[in-house]
Design a protein around this ligand. Structure first.
Ligand code: BGP
Length: 480
């Protein structure tokens, strides 16, 4: 084994985006309507809403995105200038199967990604592709109830097979569902809608529905892993979870057990995808509920036989919890309101704790549990940027955030010996925020002139962090 002096020679430095947050062109090239196309704008104070179809007069920020659909050659040129080795994006399912349940694909959509991947490869940028990143066809939501229906497994596999075959010589790294574990936060209906297309019914036991829908998604994911390996045994196909270490606020045992239970409730998805089975506590918990979930013996075999090749994950923050007096620990991720403040950590303008060491903690924790290579496919700081009169954007706060995280990532690799494939900071070019629909919550190295109501020239500008990241990549993480 090579001695760990630093990042591997073929380390995949790059950046990450998702189709619905930047492509725009929501009605072009035969694209269908996705769940993201019916999401209104929100803000830190007001949540995004899902409307009943696209309504006239309502502003939908994802419809135009940052017009990447037309401007991708210019954008990839800038990424190549930064020295990107890879570029993580998603394929919009609705460009390939506009309604999700057709039998044959939309050739124009397939051609778009042919061109996009060719453009990446022209610069030796490896495309890293998520199959489903918060953008399922809206028709699958209205007609089948989203992932409530077992039928979705076949629709998803048809889509997966189409793109695996079509791009088998262009794409090697794949992921199935983005942040599949976010839907465990079912107290807050938006993640459910976005991840699984579940429009919550008033009389529904949403916890049961979440477990059922997640099961179908996990089976679909495992079957996609199998298919990917059959189509090209060079493919590397990973899971993608949102990793948020949950700390007890104090060393009181009640806080510790609460943190542990919430953590279990959030990460069992990875247990299934990487270890191939439901964790012991969840089998016990589900059996006690008398839910009669549709989980067959054949499903369990599929899950066991088709685990992922690597662990893709996002890391932005840690959270902290404190138990109320007499509170019984629950196997539930209880949503944002249940978190306690962590007085040791600063927060972003959007209230996310900044915790670089949490990344090293998370990487160790993932390594302990899953023994698979890791890939940090999202990390970054959402902040408001100012364009100075001379056209420059000074974003030392972003550089500080990323530098501190890369330092911890390096310790995890060099000191702890974790096998890390790559690092793709989120929103490498400014795009629409998934959580709030805002444009002003910016993550990019590249600034895009567009505001929260869709106005602006869409001009691209290099921020200070652009030049900083360029030298980070050039030195393979030595010059921070
Ligand atoms: C993750 C999503 C991304 C992205 C990011 C930042 O949850 O996978 O799509 O948007 O978070 O979140 P936000 O856009 O809400 O700031």
């Amino acid at each position: 084994m090579k001695e760990n002096a630093g990042f591997r020679d073929d380390f995949l430095w790059g950046g990450a985006v998702a189709a619905h947050q930047l492509e725009g062109a929501w009605r072009e090239g035969g694209k269908g309507v996705s769940i993201a196309d019916v999401m209104t704008a929100g803000s830190n104070e007001s949540k995004r809403q899902i409307t009943d179809g696209v309504q006239p007069g309502v502003y939908y920020p994802n419809h135009e995105g940052i017009d990447f659909y037309h401007r991708y050659p210019e954008d990839l040129k800038l990424m190549a200038e930064m020295g990107f080795k890879c570029f993580r994006t998603s394929i919009a399912w609705t460009r390939i199967f506009p309604n999700g349940d057709e039998t044959s694909p939309n050739e124009e959509g397939l051609k778009f990604y042919d061109q996009l991947f060719d453009e990446c490869l022209k610069y030796q940028i490896e495309p890293v592709i998520t199959l489903s990143h918060f953008e399922m066809p809206y028709n699958l939501v209205t007609k089948y109830g989203g992932w409530r229906s077992r039928k979705l497994i076949d629709f998803f596999l048809n889509y997966a097979q189409t793109v695996f075959e079509r791009y088998q010589n262009k794409v090697k790294y794949w992921m199935t569902f983005n942040e599949i574990n976010n839907q465990a936060n079912y107290y807050d209906p938006l993640p459910l809608l976005v991840d699984s297309g579940l429009i919550v019914q008033p009389d529904e036991n949403i916890e049961r529905t979440m477990y059922q829908a997640a099961h179908y998604e996990l089976v679909a994911s495992a079957k996609a892993v199998k298919l990917a390996h059959q189509i090209n045994d060079d493919f590397k196909i990973g899971s993608m979870v949102a990793v948020t270490p949950i700390y007890p606020q104090t060393s009181k045992p009640a806080d510790v057990i609460k943190a542990e239970k919430i953590s279990q409730a959030r990460y069992w998805f990875e247990d299934v995808q990487a270890n191939g089975e439901y964790p012991w506590w969840l089998k016990n918990y589900q059996a006690k509920q008398n839910w009669n979930l549709d989980i067959t013996k054949e499903d369990l075999e599929v899950l066991a036989e088709n685990t992922v090749d690597y662990l893709g994950f996002s890391y932005y923050k840690s959270r902290c919890v404190s138990a109320n007096p007499g509170e019984a620990p629950q196997y539930r991720y209880q949503g944002i309101k249940s978190f306690a403040p962590n007085q040791h950590l600063p927060k972003t303008e959007w209230g996310w704790e900044i915790d670089p060491e949490g990344l090293r903690i998370a990487m160790n924790w993932l390594a302990d549990r899953y023994h698979k290579p890791q890939f940090i496919v999202e990390n970054g700081l959402g902040a408001v940027d100012q364009v100075e009169p001379d056209g420059k954007i000074h974003d030392p706060y972003r550089i500080d955030y990323l530098k501190a995280h890369i330092e911890q990532m390096k310790l995890a690799v060099v000191e702890d010996g974790i096998d890390l494939l790559g690092y793709t900071p989120w929103g490498c070019i400014d795009l629409i925020s998934a959580g709030t629909g805002e444009m002003s919550k910016r993550y990019g190295f590249i600034y895009v002139d567009r505001d929260d109501v869709g106005k602006g020239s869409l001009k691209r500008l290099r921020k200070d962090s652009f030049f900083w990241y360029q030298q980070v990549i050039k030195s393979n993480g030595e010059k921070l």
